[in-house]
Write a protein that binds this ligand. Sequence first.
Ligand SMILES: [Zn+2]
Length: 81
Amino acid sequence: VICCHELIDFLADYDEGTLSPAQRRAFEEHLVICPPCVRYIEEYREAVRLSRECLCDDCPPPLPEEVNQRLVAAMKAARGK
Ligand SMILES: [Zn+2]
């Protein structure tokens, strides 16, 4: 079983489909037992979606500080600290 830190490391590769089958299984097994990581991943995917939505120069930064803070808070919660 992987820990939360490893799960975060795997996340980008998981979404790109570049993990080995064993890594994918470990990733998915961790999500079953770790709700904080599920929430973190939802926040991460939402952030990625938002950052892809707007590519023009005139708009404000796609990732406001408030969203960053929530991501950091979710990671800390996932580590249980
Ligand atoms: Zn976790």
